[in-house]
Write a protein that binds this ligand. Structure first.
Ligand code: GTP
Length: 348
């Protein structure tokens, strides 16, 4: 007799919407035991695997590229590997795939619903899409991926409602209901939501959805991944978007980096789709994690310890739209040297 198929949940949502935060909470729930996680990140230096508070053999990185583009083959391979392990007796009760914030869900769903090996071992359990209550409106206005993510969701989770006014959240909710009449619209602050609200959505169905959804899937079925428009450059989605990472050998001055990140969010928030950093701050034993999402610079968080097996250099990744890398690098260097000078004068 063949084994029961393993349910796969696709966790998506635009850059910085709160996917990793929610995943971290979810994985702590007892009913999530035996969950394998596949993480995909956009940009040269992946950090998410360091930020998911559990990196064991069942967390697989699909790194340096976008799941909907070049990494699609990796997704199939990772799922096949997990299926082999499950067949050999390892307990894999569920798989969660965290996509990059820029992922178009159509090719991912198409892959999950059509690859014969994947189909033999897995069943699609649903698409969970997170929408940031603060940045969501602007994101839906400017990024077609975000529209697709919302329209193809089986569950939509409005995040960061603690940072938005009730009117903002309600206006966004109304827009999401129009884009997706079938998905329950849930809310989560800090990723807090019962797993049962997200899991067990059942196979993907286009019934009741806006007509574009069926058209997007049909287009993917015809294209196949060889003709997928943007698969040549993993770090480039539309012409204006690019990602890069910076690495710093010496500890950084908190003053300089914090002031600069605040300035960047304030003045260039529309162009700074995402900043994520794991930082070695002068005078701190523990790593400090910083997150910027468009106009919001989130409060920094100290991790309990440096991730094992990783050096203590600071790493910052950026996803920018229509903003040259040099502008960011020069601005950052100026703020860091101003902070160093201040410290020198202060102590000298
Ligand atoms: N205030 C508030 N902050 C949140 C909430 N959810 C997430 N955040 C913060 O938002 C920032 C980004 O969260 P992540 O979970 O890293 O977002 P992500 O979607 O995984 O980001 P990418 O993988 O880069 O697309 C972090 O600073 C989180 O602490 C929320 O409900 N309220």
């Amino acid at each position: 007799m063949s084994r029961a198929k393993i349910p796969v949940t696709v966790l998506t949502g635009f850059l910085g919407a709160g996917k990793t935060t929610l995943l971290n909470r979810l994985l702590k729930a007892p009913e999530m035991a035996g969950t394998a996680v596949l993480i995909n990140e956009f940009g040269e230096i992946g950090l998410d695997h360091l930020l998911v508070e559990r990196l064991d053999e069942d967390t697989v990185l699909l790194n340096a590229g976008c799941l909907c583009c070049t990494v699609r083959g990796d997704l199939v391979r990772a799922l096949r590997d997990l299926a082999v392990r499950a067949e050999a007796g390892q307990e894999i009760r569920r798989v969660v795939v965290e996509t990059t914030g820029l992922a178009d869900p159509a090719p991912i769903l198409q892959t999950l619903m059509s690859d014969p090996v994947v189909l033999s071992a897995y069943v699609l359990d649903g698409v969970v899409t997170l929408v940031d209550a603060v940045a969501g409106r602007h994101t839906l206005d400017t990024q077609v991926e975000a529209v697709k993510q919302a329209a193809m969701a089986d569950r939509i989770v409005l995040t960061k409602t603690d940072l938005a006014t009730a009117e903002e959240a309600e206006a966004l909710a109304a827009r999401l209901r129009a884009l997706n009449p079938v998905a329950p619209l849930l809310r989560a602050v800090g990723g807090a939501i019962p797993p049962a609200a997200l899991l067990g959505a059942g196979g993907f169905d286009t019934a009741g959805r806006i007509p574009e959804v069926a058209a997007w899937l049909a287009a993917e079925a015809h294209h196949g991944h060889h003709h997928h428009g943007h698969h040549h450059d993993p770090n480039r989605h539309d012409a204006g978007i690019h990602a890069f990472g910076l690495v710093f050998d010496s500890p950084l001055a908190w003053d300089g980096i914090a002031t600069w990140l605040e300035m960047l969010a304030l003045t260039r928030g529309d162009s700074v789709l995402r900043v994520k950093g794991l930082l070695n701050i002068a005078g701190e034993d523990r790593p400090v994690v910083v997150h910027g999402v468009q106009h919001v610079f989130h409060p920094p968080v100290r991790l309990a310890a440096w991730p094992e097996g990783h050096d203590r250099r600071s790493r910052i990744t950026f996803v920018l739209r229509n903003l040259p890398r040099a502008v960011v690098e020069e601005g950052m260097a100026a703020f860091l040297s101003a902070a160093a000078e201040k410290a020198r004068i202060g102590t000298g």
